[in-house]
Design a protein around this ligand. Sequence first.
Ligand code: ZN
Length: 121
Amino acid sequence: MSTAVHDATHLPAKLSELLRSMLEEEFAAQTVRLTQLTVYARLPRRGGYDPRTLRALTASTRQRIADTAHALRRMSEGTYGICVSCDKPIPLGRLRAVPHAAHCALCERTAEPAAREVLSV
Ligand SMILES: [Zn+2]
C-alpha cells in the first residue's frame, strides 16, 4: 500500500451513479415504510400485524434506513465500496446486490450476528 487514501474511484462512474440512485430510492422507500409501520402501531388492529412482528419490522426498517444513510455518507466522503472492517474494496457484484453493504462478504459473516437475528424474525 503506497497511500492511505481510500479511493472509491475503483467504481466506474456510471455504476457509482446507479448505486447512488438505488440508495436514494431505498432510503425514500424505507422512510415511507417506517411511517406506515408507525401509523399501524397506533391503530387498534395494528394494520393486521401482531405486536411482535410489527416491532421486528419496525426495527429492521430503522436499521435499513440507518445502513442506507451511512452508505450515502460514505459515498460523499469517498469511502463507499471499501469494507469498514478490513479496508479492502467490496466486490462490485456484492455492491450491486446489497448497495448499502458496509462490509465485504467475509467480514459480514463475522460481524453483526444480532442484526441478522432481527431480520430473520
Ligand atoms: Zn472486509
